[in-house]
Design a protein around this ligand. Sequence first.
Ligand code: FES
Length: 120
Amino acid sequence: MTFVPVATTDELRDDIPLACEVPETGSGREDDGELEVALVRHEGVLYAIENECSHAKVPLSEGDVIDCTIECYLHGSTFDLRTGKALNLPATKPVRVFPVRIEGDDILVDPDNPLNFEEN
Ligand code: FES
């Protein structure tokens, strides 16, 4: 587990995605230095979902949060914030979701250990 700070709690508003770059952890992951997540606080729960639609690589943070999903603004696929699963076409592949926690005023994400999700 390598949690790194990506934002502070005062930057986040309910159901408004916040795009955050995830700093390198030195773990040598393939996307080291290029990973971006969309942080979402929905009904008091914090989620960190990869900020790139699996269909055409646009930022999911530009979309709307609806129930426990985030909707891609470009073609309307929705992704489950808990699992990253694509719930409707045209996207068919999931996006990664990451462990996230709060320490003091900081929001931390663990980019090295994406949460399990079902391939779809
Ligand atoms: S780019 Fe996201 S659904 Fe097409």
